[in-house]
Design a protein around this ligand. Sequence first.
Ligand code: AMP
Length: 596
Amino acid sequence: MDYSKLVKYYQELEKTTKRLEKTKIIAELLKKTPDEHLEKIIFLLEGRIFPKWDERKTGISSRLLIKAINSSTGVPNEKIEKEWVKKGDLGEVVEELIKTKKQTTLFSKKLTITKVFENIRKLSELEGQGTISKKIQLITELFTSSTPEEARFIARTVIEDLRIGVKEGVIRDAIVWAFLPRVKGINEEGTKTKPKKITKLKNSDLKFKLIETEDPRKTYNELSSKVEHAYNLTNDYAEVALAAKKHKLNKLFMQVGKPINPMLAIKAESPEDAFKHLGKPALLEYKLDGFRLQIHKNGDEIKLFTRRLENVTKQFEEIMPTIRSHVKVKSCILDSELVGFDPKTKHYLPFQNISKRIKRKYDIGKKSKELPVEINVFDIIQKDNETLIDKTQEERRKILEKIIKQEKTKIILTKKLVTSSEKELNKFYKESLKKGNEGIMIKNLKAKYIPGRRVGGWLKLKPVKETLDLIIVAADWGEGKRAKWLSSFTIACRDKNKLLTIGKVGTGIAEKDSELTFEKLTKELKPSIKEKKGKQVILKPKIILEISYDEIQKSPTYTSKFALRFPRVIKLRSDLGFNDIDTLERVEKFYKQQNK
Ligand code: AMP
């Protein structure tokens, strides 16, 4: 299959911002793609070469790409950089340069999908001396045989910034449209037509071409959730697409070594509320303030993934021996919280302390002594090739208790209590908070493990944090489809008459159809622009926002010397004035309270 064919689809996708149109375009491409290219096409549509959790990366920076453009076009680096500043996209730069060059050389060998894919994949395999020049050579080879349009997308793929606006949900829907049976009554615009006959959907129905049902929307949702479920188990749409095409979605299983999307929890309003939702008795566990760690053990081989499926195996190498010696099964997938503790006092430390270790690439051994961690296991997802997600919470916990040899500061099971009593729940909750934990988890004893979903099986109970009213003092222009809006807002608290920055927020603001959109905020703020600094604008303080957050951290980045973790806009506070902006004193007070 020629790469030029894919490029035509990329261009179609670039032309529209509408999700449905994008879905249709991709579905059409998927249907036309031969089996042997399907996985590659999915990866290339996602703008990657490996699944997102894979530790292999192309490792190409914009600087290196500039060198490759230089080597294939002969244009000096400085000129390429100038054009880059002008256009803001190295893809467009190389397209333009190759267009000029091609008029004179007129040389072109047809690029295939396989060639592009393999050359980019090879980038991740190179090691040792001469790596850089070999990488440049691999990219140059692609550029010299590509048309200008092809070069644009090759460049963007290489630096993992494809810019065609295709989100995960679109790929999922396109797989449904391309390979799953049509539901009579739902067309591609999502409009309904009158149904006739009722056919109940069973697993084996995936082989049918057309399903007629009383409630087409529901049936359609059931079909797409099969694709979603397969994805939650594999986190690899390439694999899911191929299985869907071959009617083998039900044969897709999780595998040790490939992370699955972890089960999530929803908020309980109060202890009473928890029992009401989950029934009695329920399993209570400490909710620890560390980070989620999925442990994949296959014999002595171990892989570790975060909640967002980042591979952190290297960063936490020191826990390997513990897993090998204290987990008494050959292979398994465990769900746990990794908690940092003070090496002297052995007291747990808040997440922010070990968060530094997640992205760390150097001095890993040294950091593991300064910031040691304890594994708190709370679930088991697979054991010796048997999938356990359909077993109940109670059964899974029992299995877990049998296979973990607990040792304080190394690996333990989360502290638990099974109870029907609100009084005991309250006591357990207070005890957990007193120990410095975030709160408690409340789990339905009969719940299955549902990957990637916030379904009622797990609830979390933690103290409600006070919100802060903060004022916008600067903002950044967005990128891609948000380019015409200010999309990230620097917020500040007050210290007497001075404003001190404390973070940047973009979450909680909608793209459209809401009281608070980027468009409305941009319109309001534009007249207050005092100064422009690249993509940032400095503003006369005018708009106050109510902000919630997960935590207050110390930070050298902002002038208040604090930063908000996961800030989120709750609402616009046009009812407030300058004197109502929350003070640095209050921020300090909340900071101390949370660290008690
Ligand atoms: P939240 O991040 O507030 O949505 O809470 C869910 C997170 O709590 C999970 O992703 C885990 O990282 C963490 N957590 C801490 N203790 C537990 C536990 N006992 N069971 C499940 N999750 C836990």
